[in-house]
Structures are given as structure tokens and as C-alpha cells.
Design a protein around this ligand. Structure first.
Ligand code: HEC
Length: 69
């Protein structure tokens, strides 16, 4: 099931990398992240939130100011 949801976005990510297309990479990375998160939400694991790394943030881990558990 994970493969069926993420296979296409991973393919797009790979071809963006191979063609060194930064715009396509950004889009493919966002699509893949959406695919990850839509499944986590659908399966009631919305707490697992995958995000595009933000260069201005000190950490890319779950660092939302509100503690979640
Ligand atoms: C088919 C549904 C599905 C897809 C697609 C999916 N996940 Fe998950 N993921 C889950 C479920 C369900 C859990 C919770 C597993 C558990 O609680 O044992 C989870 C948990 C996780 C965790 C937490 C693991 C832990 O031990 O706490 C991470 C990190 C994660 N997923 C990353 C990703 C990433 C990155 C992607 C996309 C490349 C992705 N997932 C795609 C269903 C999915």
C-alpha cells in the first residue's frame, strides 16, 4: 500500500534529480510529502507529519512550538 501511494511521486523525484531540474524537484518533493501525510491522516496517524525541510529552521524534526503528547 505504501508503494502504491508513493511509487509515482518517488519516480517523479528521481527524474527531477536526474535531470537536475530544481523546479521539478521542489514540486515532486511536495507531492511526495503530501502522499506520506495523506496516508498518515487517513490511518489516524496524523501526528506523523512529514514536512519539507526549512533552511531557516534550526531543526527539521517535529519542532512545532506546541508539544503534541
Ligand atoms: C500506506 C500508508 C502510509 C504511507 C503512504 C506512508 N506512511 Fe508513514 N506511517 C504509516 C502508518 C500507519 C504509521 C504508524 C505506524 C505505527 O504506529 O506503528 C506511519 C509512521 C511513520 C513514521 C513514524 C515511525 C515511528 O516509528 O514513529 C514516519 C517517520 C513515517 N511514517 C514516514 C513516512 C514517509 C516519509 C512517507 C512517505 C515517503 C510515509 N511515511 C508514507 C502509514 C503510511
Amino acid at each position: 500500500m505504501i508503494a502504491s501511494v508513493t511509487e509515482q511521486p518517488f519516480k517523479e523525484l528521481r527524474s527531477a534529480i536526474q535531470s537536475k531540474d530544481a523546479t521539478a524537484f521542489t514540486k515532486a518533493y511536495a507531492d511526495l510529502t503530501d502522499a506520506c501525510n495523506s496516508c498518515h491522516q487517513a490511518l489516524n496517524h496524523g501526528v506523523v507529519e512529514i514536512r519539507v525541510p526549512n533552511p531557516t529552521s534550526a531543526s527539521d524534526l517535529n519542532t512545532n512550538s506546541m508539544p503534541r503528547n
